[in-house]
Design a protein around this ligand. Structure first.
Ligand SMILES: NC(=O)c1ccc[n+]([C@@H]2O[C@H](COP(=O)([O-])OP(=O)(O)OC[C@H]3O[C@@H](n4cnc5c(N)ncnc54)[C@H](OP(=O)(O)O)[C@@H]3O)[C@@H](O)[C@H]2O)c1
Length: 242
């Protein structure tokens, strides 16, 4: 059974994706920063007949990463899919205001730790296990709000949403997607960036349009299709502008 690790999988898009990948035959490792929340999510998937276990991964505590690497190595000897899904918008209360002049250094640093530095460090650590997969995938869950081109285009649908910490941390994550795809271009591992759409989760907020299950199905399609473009950020099967 192939193994998929999803960070931030105790709720939201991550949980829906864990269930979707489990349905497609993966043994899913439910990454959660809180053990109880992770175990509840994994138990709920097991109660549906799926193979699922919780692992503690906190993007703000990179010292949680090595134990997970060691556990995967000991139990499975391989990792087939890593989904860097855990993410945060600490400026959510200032949604639709430009936070560039007001965001505190602490909030900016924490946002980058969770959305960028954590995923980069975790990916580097898990790479030897992913290299053992015949068909490895690294998926970075990004956002349309990371697009510099759209932010610089008055009238674009993201032009007014200048949550600076969130947006720029995901722009950095997109740079990781491009650079990682280049670094791994001779390997069997494919690196995929994806915007899930505006999804009905805590982060997505009340106005969101898409059910987590629908977003998860599209992400799982992109992960499992052999023709998915690599090293770009996808939305609805198309590449988003940088
Ligand atoms: N929803 C949207 O409309 C939308 C749009 C574009 C992109 N995205 C991206 O999709 C991904 C999932 O978002 P979502 O909408 O599902 O958000 P969500 O419902 O708020 O869930 C976020 C998940 O990330 C976890 N998380 C937060 N901080 C963490 C940390 N320090 N370490 C590890 N996990 C942490 C949360 O864990 P706790 O339960 O412990 O807080 C939770 O499991 C994010 O990367 C987000 O940027 C979402």
């Amino acid at each position: 059974m192939p193994i998929a690790l999803i960070t931030g999988a105790n709720r939201g898009v991550g949980f829906a994706l864990a269930r979707e990948l489990a349905r497609r035959g993966f043994h899913v490792l439910v990454g959660a920063r809180n053990l109880d929340r992770g175990q509840n999510a994994a138990a709920s998937l097991r109660s549906e007949g799926f193979a699922a276990d919780a692992v503690v991964l906190d993007m703000e505590r990179p010292n949680t990463f090595a134990a997970v690497r060691d556990e995967i190595a000991a139990r499975f000897g391989v990792l087939d899919i890593l989904v860097n899904n855990a993410g945060t918008m600490l400026e959510a209360e200032q949604w639709n205001t430009n936070t560039t002049l007001t965001i505190s250094p602490d909030v900016l640093r924490r946002t980058f730790q969770i959305n960028f530095f954590g995923p980069v460090e975790l990916t580097q650590l898990l790479l030897p296990l992913l290299e053992r997969s015949p068909d490895g995938r690294i998926v970075n869950v990004s956002t349309i709000l990371a697009s510099l081109q759209l932010h610089a285009t008055p009238g674009s649908n993201t032009y007014e949403t200048k949550t600076f910490g969130y947006n720029s941390s995901k722009t950095a994550l997109n740079a990781f997607t491009v650079h990682l795809a280049h670094a791994l271009r001779q390997s069997r591992i494919k690196v995929i960036g994806i915007h899930p759409g505006w999804v009905k989760t805590e982060l997505g907020g009340k106005g969101a349009l898409i059910e987590p299950e629908d977003a998860a199905r599209k992400i799982a399609d992109a992960i499992t299709s052999p023709t998915t473009p690599v090293g770009v950020v996808l939305f609805g099967g198309k590449q988003l502008p940088w």
